[in-house]
Write a protein that binds this ligand. Structure first.
Ligand code: ADP
Ligand code: MG
Length: 290
């Protein structure tokens, strides 16, 4: 494309809520055949709230929330924000935590009042040899909720379920992308049952769950192996490497003021429709100069 056509396209994009950082992305967008999307903050709003608190024997709701919030205070993850907000709202005692360690895509571990606390995905607890028998969480995951399993001194203390609303226009955006012949694939670090529920709700046919942040980039590269152009839409939280691995990357959910460093195009309207809009703009821009 001529520099002038690209400049015009970039200007049109900006007015329609697409901030194009990389001009080449505008040329490549129409060639995208596989669009990889993140779940949290991309298909969903990314502002989860606690929906269920299920203490194990020997624990009550306030005790469970309080000890989880003590550790989550140190984390900027949206799940952590939800747990701390709920603990405060119910007036739970939140101790100050000793040094905590974040495991991206899994959860956190650390010390609270001299006790060892581990929280995050059920798989993360299993990895630490913690048994979750006696706490029923499967039906919560099947309803699309995210599990924050909590263990204290090696024993499961209960589960906190966090629910995140699917963006109201995610399903229509997925339908529009599929109508343009794209494969839409969701990658998430969340549990398979949660992933399946969100995929069903948004019309996504292909998905992979339990994918660690670092492995999301490798997955994006796998789709590119057949020589196909791969797009990636994410919110920049834990998915910056995957955004960087795509031919064209889109950041959504970051608000009007923030352009995500790793993304070629920032969608300030916080909607996956922006990806379809960018593809259409790419087509229109290129057809003008053909
Ligand atoms: P996604 O792939 O959905 O964007 P992440 O990769 O950020 O999510 O995290 C994957 C999973 O790890 C979450 O669904 C959650 O179960 C768990 N997790 C990550 N960070 C935390 C945290 N700070 N507190 C509790 N759970 C966490
Ligand atoms: Mg995310």
């Amino acid at each position: 494309a001529t520099p002038t056509a690209i400049m015009v396209g970039t200007g049109q994009g900006a007015r329609a809520g697409m901030l194009v950082k990389n001009a080449e992305a505008l040329e490549l967008a129409e060639k995208i055949r596989v669009l990889v999307v993140d779940k949290t903050g991309t298909l969903t709003e990314g502002t989860p709230a606690v929906s269920d608190v299920v203490p194990a024997d020997g624990w009550d709701r306030a005790g469970l929330l309080g000890i989880a919030a003590a550790l989550e205070q140190a984390s900027a993850h949206p799940i952590a924000t939800a747990v701390v907000a709920e603990a405060r709202a119910m007036g739970a005692m939140i101790a100050s935590a000793g040094d905590s360690l974040a495991e991206p895509g899994k959860g956190l571990s650390g010390r609270v009042d001299g006790r060892d606390v581990v929280l995050g995905t059920p798989a993360f607890l299993a990895e630490r040899g913690i048994d979750m028998a006696g706490v029923s969480w499967e039906s919560l995951a099947a309803a699309g909720k995210t599990m924050v399993a909590v263990a204290v001194d090696g024993r499961c203390a209960g589960v906190i379920a966090v629910a995140d609303r699917v963006r109201q226009d995610s399903a229509s955006a997925v339908a529009r992308l599929k109508a343009r012949g794209l494969r839409v694939v969701m990658l998430t670090g969340d549990h398979a049952a949660t992933a399946a529920a969100i995929a069903r709700e948004t019309g996504v046919d292909e998905w992979q769950a339990g994918v660690m942040p670092a492995d999301k980039a490798a997955a994006v590269q796998t789709f590119a192996q057949g020589g196909e152009r791969v797009g990636m839409a994410g919110d920049g939280i834990n998915d910056a490497p995957a955004l960087a691995a795509a031919d064209v990357s889109f950041a959504i959910g970051v608000g009007a003021d923030v352009a995500v460093e790793a993304a070629d195009i920032t969608l300030v309207r916080n909607s996956l429709h922006g990806v379809a809009d960018a593809i259409d703009l790419s087509r229109a821009t290129l057809s003008k100069i053909r």
